[in-house]
Design a protein around this ligand. Structure first.
Ligand code: SF4
Ligand code: F3S
Length: 107
């Protein structure tokens, strides 16, 4: 089991999540974070930390976001590790809850 970063992180990227992870398994892309599924210990600490509720247990991913399980695994191998919180994008609030954000994912 792993936790998964879902669609609402795209262009919101608040990074509160990385501060609580005991195994430092978050990886950072240009406008999205992912969790490495082989490193996550399923502790659930990060889930309530995300201000836009973008983190899910893999068995609770909302309908239509199943693709994010694969995406987290794929991108965690490509992107650098992140362990310290940084400033959110200036327009993060405007993107909270916007549908269809997957098309804005930058690699
Ligand atoms: Fe890290 Fe725990 Fe979240 Fe997994 S569930 S990403 S181990 S904080
Ligand atoms: Fe993304 Fe939420 Fe973390 S917006 S960077 S999953 S705190």
């Amino acid at each position: 089991m792993t936790f998964v970063v879902g669609e609402n992180c795209i262009k919101c990227k608040h990074t509160d999540c990385v501060e609580v992870c005991p195994v430092d398994c978050f990886y950072e892309g240009p406008n999205f974070l992912v969790i490495h599924p082989d490193e996550c210990i399923d502790c659930a600490l990060c889930e309530p930390e995300c201000p836009v509720e973008a983190i899910y247990s893999e068995d609770e991913l909302p309908e239509g976001q199943e693709v994010f399980l694969e995406l987290n695994a794929e991108l965690a191998d490509l992107w650098p590790n992140i362990t310290e919180m940084k400033e959110s994008p200036a327009d993060a609030d405007q993107w909270d809850g916007v549908e269809g954000k997957l098309q804005h994912l930058e690699r």
